[in-house]
Design a protein around this ligand. Sequence first.
Ligand code: SF4
Length: 172
Amino acid sequence: MIKQIPKPVSGGLILSYKCSAECRHCIYACSPKWSADWILREDLEKILKQLSGKILSNTFGPHTTGLNYGLHFTGGEPFLNFELLCNAVEIAHELKIPSAFVETNCFWVVDDKTTKEKLKVLKKKGLRGIMISVNPFYLEHVPFERTERAIRISLDVFGLWGDFIGRLQGAG
Ligand code: SF4
């Protein structure tokens, strides 16, 4: 008997397996050694169109974010290709995909000014929040001051509903 696969109500879209880090716990074995092989713009559009209308918004509405709803952009490390990340957010916004957020290890959060600028650009394009990866494995690759800076500035840019999740497992 063939079982019907349920429609996706949330999801994570991997833009590339390339990462600035090489965490020991990474479920996808992401690393700087991967060739970038970023998702093609036409594939991005095709997949997001397929997800449009299926992804459910977070419990508190489409402008808020949560782990179990909405769509997140991830990798690898999506901020390695900021232009592509911006494109992905724009397309998702045009398609009215709710509760879109990005997952990052914060390697790029080197100073207040550029961090705030990048987050504001993404917010303007339709991003609703950010998920910040933090646990002892990341600390081997990302100085904790960058994680702290990302949390502080993200709170300022996205407000209360830009969730900050200390991840204990997985990738991103
Ligand atoms: S866990 Fe995240 S930050 Fe670490 S290597 Fe994997 S994708 Fe990169």
